[in-house]
Design a protein around this ligand. Structure first.
Ligand code: FES
Length: 96
């Protein structure tokens, strides 16, 4: 089966779409029928922050201004700039 990006709020599955590794999480959310909040769309403001529950959404070694090590450890990912790999589950709320 093709890998999927699934979006949750708590235990509720809000939508899912096949993983396209060239697309951001925000773009996947749109394809799943969801609209994640965005502002800067460049990794600076944190408006698009979601929580990685399962799978891989890699962060660059030089973290963007909207993330820090603590947030990354808590599962925070920025939907506007980061891309999923394989099967990924996302909580649409930030971790803290
Ligand atoms: S929209 Fe600003 S960090 Fe993603």
């Amino acid at each position: 089966m093709a890998p999927l990006v699934r979006f949750f709020r708590g235990a509720t599955l809000l939508g899912q779409t096949p993983t396209k590794e060239e697309q951001t999480l925000v773009e996947h959310a749109l394809e799943a029928g969801l609209s994640l909040p965005t502002n800067c769309t460049s990794g600076t403001c944190g408006s698009c922050m979601v929580t990685l529950l399962r799978g891989r959404v890699d962060v660059p070694e030089a973290l963007p201004p909207g993330l820090d090590e603590f947030l990354v450890d808590e599962g925070a990912r920025l939907g506007c700039i980061l891309r999923p790999s394989g099967d990924v589950d996302i909580e649409i709320r930030p971790p803290i």
